[in-house]
Each structure stands twice: as C-alpha cells, then as structure tokens.
Design a protein around this ligand. Structure first.
Ligand SMILES: C[S@@+](CC[C@H](N)C(=O)[O-])C[C@H]1O[C@@H](n2cnc3c(N)ncnc32)[C@H](O)[C@@H]1O
Length: 215
C-alpha cells in the first residue's frame, strides 16, 4: 500500500498520544538507540492486552519504557507491568519516562539479564501477556519461560519476528544476527506448536509481530 494511504488510515484511527510521542522522540536525544516499537505497534499491543483483560503483564526489553507505557494503559484496574532491562542507563531513562507519564504505580522496571531475572518473577504470575522484545538470540529461551508462566488464554507476543529481514537467510549470511536466525525460527515454530498454543499469527507490521494464545 502507498505510504500516504497507510498514514491516512492510521490518522483516522487516532493520533499518537503526546506523552508517548514525547518519549519516543526524545529517546535518541538521551543517548539511547531509536529501536522502540512504533506508534502503530503500540496500538496493536494495547488492543491485544485489552482484548484478554490483562492485569499482569511481563515485558522483556524495556529500553526507554515506550512499549511498557502502552501496555500499562491497557491494564485492567489494579494491574501491573513488570519489565526487564539489563542496561542500567536504559532502565534509568525508562523510570524517568514512566514517572513523567504518570505510570510509576503501574510499571516496575527490573534490572538485569532477562534469563537471570525471569525465574525470580515467576511468583508474580501467571501472566496474562508476555511481550518479548530483547536480544533475538534468546527468543526461543524466553518463549520456553513464557509457555510455563502465561495463563491459559493469555498471549505471547514477539516483536522483530522477521529478524530485520534475515529470518530466511542462512545464519552465515546474517552477519551480527547469525545467532538470531535459528533462535527466531525455533521461536516461531514453537508458537505454532498446537500442544502449547491454540492459535498463532504473524501481524505483518514492518518488523513482524508474532502473537499466540496459550492453550
Ligand atoms: C528493542 S529494545 C526494547 C524496546 C522497547 N520494548 C520499546 O518498544 O519501547 C531492546 C532492549 O532490550 C534490552 N536487552 C537486550 N538484551 C537483554 C537481556 N538479555 N536482558 C534484558 N534486557 C535486554 C536492550 O538493552 C534494549 O534496551
């Protein structure tokens, strides 16, 4: 579809919230990489989280808190987003942004490598939604954890599922994403495992957002 059409259609469905737009635009100025999800992906996340009445959400990969704020806005009353980030500077900026958005009471930023932190958060579950958006080489491991900690009927969502256009390449052709090729393929194959997930789909955003419903 032409870009003008996509922008027109998106505009009909509401502008990006100014608080969230500010977080997204200011993130690079604070020295963080411009790798958050975009406004359309944010709306998809909000819609998916609301559709399953989410009260407990876990996010892997916080960056500056942009997607965490979208998820927090979708929470049912009394709900909480736990988000995990291993870069101390990212976590610091995220906490500032979350406070600025008035969402400090709804989002907890946990610092550390996700594979170390996730086992410590199991007692907070089971979770309604797990959003995976960190290092691609561990996506299959994060999914294994999510399959054990997302409730029946809950959602697992993974961003960058096209692996920056490298998903179909041989690992040796994928450069710095070589370890991500087998990991992302295993991630997607596991989402399609009917013993674990009752349905799955690829939302064809520019990066590919994979979603599945826990059986
Ligand atoms: C794509 S960004 C997350 C963007 C964020 N979800 C958003 O859309 O606003 C990925 C983040 O994951 C963090 N990260 C990478 N590997 C990680 C790991 N093993 N454990 C925890 N965080 C990690 C990075 O430091 C980075 O901030």
């Amino acid at each position: 579809m032409p870009k003008a059409l996509l922008e027109f259609a998106a505009g009909l469905m509401g502008a990006e919230d100014p608080v969230l737009e500010n977080i997204r635009r200011k993130t690079p100025e604070k020295g963080l990489p411009p790798i958050s999800i975009g406004p359309q992906e944010g709306k998809i996340l909000e819609t998916l989280a609301r559709s399953c009445g989410a009260r407990k959400i876990i996010e892997i990969g916080t960056l500056a808190g942009y997607s965490a704020c979208h998820l927090a806005r979708a929470l049912s009353p009394g709900g909480i987003v736990h988000t995990v980030e291993y870069d101390a500077r990212h976590a610091e900026v995220a906490r500032e942004n979350i406070a600025g958005a008035g969402l400090s009471g709804k989002i907890i930023v946990h610092e550390g490598a996700a594979l170390d932190v996730l086992p410590k958060l199991e007692s907070e579950g089971p979770f309604d939604v797990c959003f995976i958006d960190a290092d691609k080489a561990n996506y299959h491991r994060y999914l294994r954890w999510a399959a054990g900690n997302v409730r029946s009927g809950g959602l697992v969502i993974g961003d960058n599922a096209y692996l920056f256009g490298k998903l179909h390449l041989n690992p040796e052709q994928a450069g710095e994403d070589s370890a991500g090729v087998p990991a992302m393929r295993e991630f997607l194959k596991t989402l399609a495992d009917l013993d674990l997930f009752s349905s799955c789909a690829m939302i064809p955003t520019s990066e590919g957002m994979a979603v599945a419903v826990r059986r």
